[in-house]
Design a protein. Structure first.
Ligand SMILES: NC(=O)c1ccc[n+]([C@@H]2O[C@H](COP(=O)([O-])OP(=O)(O)OC[C@H]3O[C@@H](n4cnc5c(N)ncnc54)[C@H](OP(=O)(O)O)[C@@H]3O)[C@@H](O)[C@H]2O)c1
Length: 349
C-alpha cells in the first residue's frame, strides 16, 4: 500500500472492511456471496470511489460461470475470492497524490478495468479505479442511470463511432473501423438490450434510418428511442424481409450472426457484438461485405464525451430492474431469464 499517498489526500473512511459481493468458486447465481471484504487500497494513478450504483453486464455472468463460453485456451485464471463487475457510479472519497483533474467529493462513473481485471471490481461499497478510466458523472442523470451506461454505451460507441484504441481483435486480421452512419440504413438486432438500445440511439443521432429487431414487448420503447421501423423476431425473421442494409449491429451475435449477410448491400457491414462463432467469412467475401468486431475497453476520455450526450438527453438510459447489492444473486437470476429491456442495476445503501 502506498500509505503516504493515501494519507495525504484521502477522507478517513474509518474502517478497513466493506460489504462486497464475492465468489469463491465458479457456478450459478448461488455462488455470489454478500460478505465482508477489505476496502481496496489506493495505488498510484488511482481514485477510490464510494459506490452508489453498479450496472451489470454479460461478462459478469461469463466470469461467474468460469468463462464456459470461451475456448479453453482463452479462459483466464481467476484468483478466488473474486469481486465481479465493471460499471459503477459514485463519489470519489480518496485520491492518489499523482492524480490531477479530480478531487474528493466529485461524482464519477466508470467502466473499471475492462478487459483486464483487478482485485478491486464493481460489486462493492468501495472500488479503486485508475483515474484514466473515470469521468465526471453526467449531472442530469441519477447514479442508477450513470452506473447502467458504461459498458453497454462504450461498446456501442467503440463499434459505431470511435474505436479509441489500437488493440487488435485476434479474431480478425484487420483493425475494426466504424462506418459512416449519416443517411444510411442501420439494422440493430437485440435492440432492446443494453448495447442494442444505445446502438439505436447513436445511429439515430448520427442521422441514420434505424430498423430495430427485438421481441414485441420492446416495440413501444424502441420507437420512442428513435427506431423508424420495428421487426418482432418472434413473428418474422428480419433476414427474410429486409435487404439493402448499410450496417447491421447484431447485439445477439454468436453463430447465428451470418444470417444477416444477405440483408446487406454490397459494401455494407455486419458488426457482431458477440463475434465468437461467426464462420461465414467466405460468404462475406463473395457478397462483398465487411464483417468486423472489437472488444470494448475502459476509457475515461470516452465516458467524458458520452457524459454530454447523457446530460443533454441525446442518449437515454433505460432501466430494466433494480436490486440492492445484497441481492446480486436475484439480479443474476433476472438476467438469466433474458429479454432484458435496457439495463439491470444494483444499488448500494
Ligand atoms: N464485444 C464486446 O466488447 C462486448 C461488450 C459488451 C457486450 N458484448 C456482448 O454483446 C451481447 C449483448 O449484450 P447486452 O448487454 O446488450 O445483452 P442484453 O442486455 O441481455 O440484451 C440482449 C437483447 O437481445 C434480445 N434478444 C434475445 N434473443 C434475441 C433474438 N433471437 N433476436 C433478437 N433479439 C434477441 C433480448 O430481448 P428480447 O428477446 O425481448 O428482444 C435482449 O434485449 C452479449 O453477448 C455480450 O456478451 C460484447
Amino acid at each position: 500500500m502506498n500509505s503516504n499517498l493515501e494519507n495525504n489526500k484521502a477522507n478517513n473512511v474509518g474502517a478497513t472492511f466493506m460489504k462486497a459481493v464475492r465468489q469463491h468458486e465458479f457456478g450459478g447465481p448461488e455462488v455470489l456471496r454478500y460478505e465482508d471484504a477489505p476496502i481496496p487500497q489506493l495505488q498510484n494513478g488511482e481514485v477510490r470511489v464510494k459506490v452508489s450504483a453498479i450496472g451489470i453486464n454479460p461478462p459478469d455472468w461469463y466470469l461467474r460461470d468460469g468463462y464456459k463460453m470461451l475456448p479453453p485456451e482463452w479462459q483466464p485464471v481467476v484468483p478466488f475470492p473474486v469481486i465481479l463487475g465493471t460499471d459503477i457510479s459514485g463519489v470519489i472519497e480518496a485520491i492518489a497524490e499523482d492524480v490531477d483533474g479530480f478531487k474528493i467529493g466529485d461524482e464519477v462513473y466508470s467502466m473499471v478495468r475492462f478487459p483486464s481485471f483487478g482485485p478491486s471490481q464493481a460489486y462493492a461499497e468501495y472500488v479503486s479505479v485508475p483515474a484514466s478510466e473515470i469521468a465526471l458523472k453526467p449531472k442530469g442523470i441519477s447514479h442508477i442511470e450513470a452506473a447502467a451506461a458504461p459498458m453497454s454505451l462504450l461498446t456501442a460507441w467503440q463499434f459505431m463511432i470511435e474505436l479509441g484504441h489500437n488493440v487488435q481483435n485476434p479474431l480478425q486480421p484487420n483493425k475494426h473501423e466504424p462506418v459512416e452512419l449519416k443517411g444510411k440504413t442501420v439494422l440493430v438486432n437485440g435492440a432492446g438490450g443494453g448495447v442494442g438500445h444505445f446502438a439505436v440511439q447513436l445511429a439515430k443521432w448520427q442521422g441514420a434510418r434505424v430498423i430495430a429487431v427485438a421481441s414485441g414487448k420492446q416495440e413501444l420503447l424502441l420507437r420512442e428511442l428513435g427506431a423508424d421501423e420495428f421487426i418482432d423476431y418472434t413473428k418474422s425473421a428480419a433476414e427474410d424481409i429486409v435487404k439493402d442494409i448499410d450496417l447491421v449491429i447484431d447485439s445477439v451475435g454468436g453463430h447465428t450472426t451470418g444470417r444477416f449477410l444477405k440483408t446487406l448491400k454490397q459494401g455494407g457491414a455486419l458488426f457482431p457484438i458477440f463475434p465468437l462463432g461467426f464462420n461465414d467469412n467466405e460468404e462475406a467475401m463473395r457478397l462483398g461485405v465487411i464483417v468486423s468486431a472489437t472488444q470494448v475497453r475502459s476509457s475515461g476520455a470516452q465516458l467524458e464525451k458520452l457524459a454530454q450526450l447523457l446530460d443533454n438527453g441525446t442518449i437515454k438510459v433505460v432501466i430494466d430492474s433494480i436490486f440492492p447489492l445484497a441481492d446480486a444473486q436475484k439480479a443474476h437470476e433476472r438476467a438469466a431469464k433474458g429479454h432484458i429491456q435496457g439495463k439491470i442495476v444494483l444499488t448500494v445503501s
